[in-house]
Design a protein around this ligand. Structure first.
Ligand code: BGC
Length: 682
C-alpha cells in the first residue's frame, strides 16, 4: 500500500472530492497488477479498463487541427493546420479553437486530444512544419497556452507534443538531437513550460528522438526533473506511438517518468514485462504510483470516472464558421504591388483561375499523417470562388484573355512534401509548378500567386509577380476564406510565424550534414540560439520574407510611443503604449509586434527577440491605444557558464513594428544594476 492513507477506497468515485484525494483513493483501490496493466494501451487509441473498479478505457484522439477519423472513426471539423493557426497571431481566437476541439473530442468519447503540436520550426524542410506553430519561443508560448486552456475547459486533456526537440522527420525514431542547455532553455522548452505552468496541460507526449543521448521516453532530466519537479506538471506523459521501442528497458522508462506507452501491442510496458522487472526489483510499487498518478489525475479532471460525462458536439455550424474565421485570420498577404488585391471588378472583371491546387482537397484521412482530418465536406478554392463571386467577376479559361490570373500553386500532404514521416527534399515548389508559373507570367504578367502549403518555399519568381497570398492549409472552409480574401470581403491580417529564406543555404540548420539531417544519427544544433530570424539578423542575411511579415488592404500608422518608465529594476515591469491608426478607408487588423534589443552588442546574443504582440481591429480612420506589458523577468537570459538565468542589466531598446524587419518606433530603457544572478534558474 503506497498511496496517501488519509483518503478512503471509495473517494475516487465521489465527484465532490478534490482531485488529489480521488487520485490517492484510486491508488489505494488499485492492485499492483491493475496498476501495471494501466501503463500500456489497449490497441491503438485507448487504455485498458479496470472493470472491478468501473474504470472504463480512456480514449486518446489525434490531433492538432481537428479530431482525426483514423483515431475516432468519425468525420469531424477540419480546422486550419498549426502554421495557419499561428499566422493569425490571435490568442483569443485560438482559445475558441481549443474549446471547439475539446467539444469535438468529447463528441467522439475522447478524453485526450493529441495536440497542440509545438515543436520549433528549426528547418524549413521539416515535413511537419505545417502542423507546428512557429520558429519563435514567445509566439509559440503565447499561442499554445490558450489552445490548451480552451481544450481543457471542455473537460478534455490537451496532450502537448512532441517533448522535446523533435524538429525533423528524417530518422525520427533513431535521431539524437544534441542541443546546448542555453538553446533548450531559451528556444526549445519555453512553450512546453508555458503550456504546463500557465496552461496546466494535463498531458505531454514524449518524442521519438533522443535528446543529448537519452531517448525522450526514458529521459528523466526532461520528464521528471524539468517537467514534474521544476514546472509542476500534474498530468501524464504518453509515449509517441512506438517511441518506446528505442528505449533501453521498461525499468528505465519508469525511472524516466513515462506514464503510458502507446500503442499497447508488443509494448515494453505490457503487463508481463513490467511484472517481470518489478519481480526482479528493478522498480518499486511507489515508482509505478509516481508515473501512473498523472494518468489517474487526468481521468479525474476530465470526469472519466464520473457517472455522466456530458457529450460534446461535432461538425456544428459554429465550429465550421470558426474554421472559416481562423482561415481568414491566418491569410498572409506577402506581396501586393499596385494594390492589385483585393480584386476590383471595376478594374479587372475577367479572371482566369488555374493551377494544380485550385481544385485539390487537403482534408482527407491521414493526409499529411496523424494530423489528417476527414471533414463532412471541404470547400476547395475553386468552389469558394464560385460561391463567393456573387456575379462580380467573369471567368475565362485562357490566361491570355484575363485581366488578372489567379494561379493556385503550392505543396500537398504527400510524403516528402508537407507530411509526417519524411522531410521535404527541397525548398522549391515541384518543377512542374515552377514551369507553370514562368509560362503563365509570360502569357499574362498580371498573375496573383495563391499559395497552399504549410512550410516556407523558395520563390525565384518573386520579383516578377505583382501579388502573393499565402493561404497555408486553411481547413475545410478554406476555399471560402480564400475567395473572400481575394475579393476583399476579408482583409488579410496574417503574419508569418516563420522566416521564409531565399535559399536553403541561408537557413541556420543547413550549414552542413552535421546540422541537418545529421552526422550518422546525431544532429548537432550548432546554431544554438540562432534559429529563424535570430540567425538572419545576426548574419545580416536578407530573407525572402521576414518573420512577422504580412500586408493588409489597410495601412496603419504607428505613433506616440510611451514607456511607463525609463528604467526599472529586475522585479518591475514596463508598460509600453502607442497609438495605431488605420489611415486607409478599409477596416482591418494589425499585429503590433514588440522586439527588444539589448544595447550591449554581443556576438553570442540575438540582435533582437520578440517579447510581445497585440492584434488590433481598426475601422477605417480609427485610432487605438495599444499597450504591451514587459516584465523585466521576460528579458532574462540563460548563462551557459553559470548554468542559470541572469538579469540582463543595462540599456535595451523597445522596437515596435509591423514585422521583425519593419520597425516603426523605438525607445530605450534601462534595467538597473543589481546582482545579476537569479535563483529562478533551470
Ligand atoms: C505522431 C503523433 C501522433 C501519433 C498517433 C505519431 O506518429 O508522431 O503526433 O499523435 O502518431 O497518431
Amino acid at each position: 500500500m503506497t498511496a496517501d492513507t488519509t483518503s478512503t477506497l471509495e473517494d475516487y468515485l465521489d465527484p465532490e472530492c478534490d482531485p488529489e484525494t480521488r487520485v490517492a483513493s484510486l491508488l489505494l483501490a488499485l492492485s499492483l497488477d491493475e496498476k501495471l496493466s494501466l501503463c500500456a494501451g489497449q490497441g491503438f487509441w485507448k487504455t485498458k479498463s479496470v472493470e472491478r473498479l468501473g474504470i472504463k478505457p480512456f480514449r486518446l484522439t489525434d490531433g492538432p487541427r481537428g479530431i482525426g477519423w483514423h483515431s475516432s472513426g468519425k468525420r469531424c471539423t477540419a480546422f486550419p493546420s498549426g502554421i495557419a493557426q499561428a499566422a493569425s497571431w490571435d490568442p483569443e481566437l485560438l482559445e475558441q479553437f481549443g474549446e471547439a476541439l475539446g467539444q469535438e473530442a468529447r463528441a467522439v468519447g475522447g478524453g485526450t486530444v493529441l495536440g497542440p503540436a509545438i515543436n520549433i520550426a528549426r528547418t524549413p524542410l521539416n515535413g511537419r512544419t505545417f502542423e507546428y506553430l512557429s520558429e519563435d519561443p514567445v509566439l509559440n508560448s503565447e499561442l499554445v497556452v490558450p489552445i490548451v486552456k480552451g481544450i481543457q475547459r471542455q473537460g478534455v486533456a490537451a496532450c502537448v507534443k512532441h517533448f522535446a526537440v523533435n524538429n525533423q522527420e528524417t530518422d525520427r525514431m533513431r535521431v539524437d538531437a544534441r542541443v546546448c542547455e542555453r538553446a533548450l532553455q531559451e528556444i526549445y522548452l519555453p512553450a512546453f513550460r508555458a503550456a504546463v505552468e500557465e496552461g496546466d496541460a494535463w498531458s505531454i507526449m514524449a518524442a521519438y528522438n533522443a535528446v543529448n543521448g537519452v531517448a525522450a521516453c526514458e529521459n528523466k532530466d526532461l520528464l521528471v526533473t524539468r517537467l514534474r519537479e521544476q514546472w509542476g506538471f500534474r498530468g501524464f506523459v504518453v509515449s509517441d506511438w512506438f517511441a518506446v521501442r528505442r528505449t533501453t528497458s521498461s525499468a528505465a522508462c519508469v525511472e524516466g517518468g513515462l506514464s503510458l506507452e502507446m500503442p499497447g501491442r508488443g509494448s515494453k510496458y505490457r503487463y508481463k514485462n513490467l511484472k517481470e522487472s518489478y519481480t526482479q526489483d528493478q522498480f518499486t510499487e511507489q515508482d509505478i504510483d509516481d508515473v501512473l498518478r498523472g494518468l489517474l489525475m487526468a481521468m479525474v479532471l476530465v470526469g472519466h470516472l464520473d457517472p455522466e460525462r456530458v457529450r460534446g458536439k461535432r461538425n456544428t455550424p459554429d465550429h465550421q464558421a470558426l474554421a472559416c474565421t481562423m482561415a481568414e485570420s491566418g491569410m498572409t498577404l506577402l506581396k501586393n504591388e499596385g494594390d492589385l488585391l483585393p480584386l476590383d471588378p471595376g478594374r479587372c472583371r475577367k479572371i482566369a483561375a488555374l493551377g494544380p491546387r485550385l481544385k485539390k482537397r487537403n482534408c482527407l484521412p491521414l493526409w499529411g499523417g496523424s494530423a489528417g482530418v476527414w471533414p463532412p465536406h471541404e470547400i476547395t478554392p475553386w468552389m469558394g470562388l464560385q460561391n463567393e463571386n456573387q456575379g462580380r467577376f467573369e471567368w475565362v479559361s485562357n490566361p491570355k484573355d484575363a485581366d488578372v490570373v489567379l494561379l493556385f500553386v503550392g505543396l500537398s500532404h504527400r510524403p516528402g512534401l508537407d507530411s509526417e514521416v519524411k522531410d521535404k527534399s527541397s525548398l522549391s515548389l515541384p518543377a512542374k509548378q515552377e514551369k507553370l508559373i514562368t509560362d503563365t507570367l509570360k502569357t499574362n504578367p498580371n498573375t496573383v500567386i495563391v499559395l497552399l502549403n504549410g512550410s516556407p518555399i523558395a520563390m525565384p519568381w518573386v520579383n516578377d509577380v505583382p501579388a502573393i497570398l499565402e493561404c497555408w492549409y486553411p481547413g475545410m472552409e478554406g476555399g471560402t476564406a480564400i475567395a473572400r480574401t481575394l475579393f476583399g470581403d476579408n482583409n488579410p491580417s496574417g503574419k508569418l510565424p516563420v522566416t521564409f529564406p531565399k535559399t536553403l543555404q541561408d537557413s541556420p540548420a543547413h550549414v552542413s550534414a552535421r546540422t541537418f539531417p545529421g552526422d550518422g544519427q546525431t544532429v548537432h544544433y550548432d546554431e544554438e540560439l540562432f534559429v529563424g530570424y535570430r540567425h538572419f539578423d545576426k548574419y545580416d542575411i536578407e530573407p525572402l520574407f521576414p518573420f512577422g511579415h504580412g500586408l493588409s488592404y489597410s495601412k496603419f500608422a504607428y505613433d506616440n510611443l510611451v514607456l511607463s518608465q525609463e528604467s526599472m529594476s529586475s522585479d518591475e515591469e514596463l508598460t509600453i503604449s502607442l497609438t495605431v491608426t488605420n489611415v486607409s478607408d478599409v477596416a482591418g487588423a494589425e499585429v503590433v509586434q514588440l522586439y527588444v534589443a539589448s544595447s550591449q552588442v554581443s556576438e553570442d546574443r540575438p540582435v533582437q527577440a520578440l517579447k510581445g504582440f497585440r492584434k488590433v481591429w481598426l475601422e477605417a480612420g480609427a485610432t487605438q491605444m495599444v499597450t504591451i506589458t514587459v516584465p523585466a523577468s521576460s528579458l532574462h537570459i540563460f548563462d551557459p557558464d553559470l548554468n542559470q538565468w541572469m538579469i540582463q542589466n543595462g540599456e535595451h531598446t523597445a522596437r515596435l513594428g509591423s514585422s521583425s524587419r519593419d520597425i516603426r518606433l523605438q525607445k530605450t530603457f534601462t534595467i538597473l544594476e543589481a546582482d545579476a544572478s537569479l535563483e529562478k534558474a533551470v
